[in-house]
Design a protein around this ligand. Sequence first.
Ligand code: RB5
Length: 161
Amino acid sequence: MKIKTIVLGADHAGFEVKEFVKQILGKLNYKIEDVGAYVKRKRDDYPDYAEKVALKVRRSRERRGILACGTGIGASIAANKIPGIRAALVCNTAEAKLSEEHNNANILVLGGRPFNRKAVRRIVKTWLKSKFAGGRHARRVNKITALEKKYGKQGRGGHIR
Ligand code: RB5
C-alpha cells in the first residue's frame, strides 16, 4: 500500500520539529494533514494531538502519522492506547528502519527538545521508505493486535504511583 498522506501533530514542545517535518514532507510531495498545534502555545497537552493523529491514521491504510512532543515518550504512550496504532519513538535511522520492517509502525514519534535537523531529516526519509517485512514479524504484530482485543475493554489499571 502506497502511503500518500502523513498526519502531523505535536504539542508545544514538539511544535518546531513538527514544522520542520512539514517542510521535509512538502519537498517529498506527500499530502499533509496537520492536526495542530497550529501556534506554539505556552502549554499544550500531548495526548490531545496523539488522539487526533491516531484516529486519522487508524481510519485509512493510506495514511501514516508523525507525532512529536518534548521527549516523544508521552505522545507515544498516548497514541499506543488507541487500538490499531503502533507508534514508535525513534531516535536514529536504524530504529526508523526496524520500526517499519519489524513492527509495522504506523506512527513515527519524535522528540523535539532538542532536535537535530540533519538527524530528523534522515529518520523521516528512512522511515517513509522502509517496508514491513511480514513473515515472523507479522505473527508478532498479530499478537499485539490480540493483546488489544484481550485487554482493550478493561478500563482500570496502570495505577499512578
Ligand atoms: C511537555 O512539557 C512535555 O512533558 C511533553 O512534551 C512530553 O515530553 C511528554 O512526554
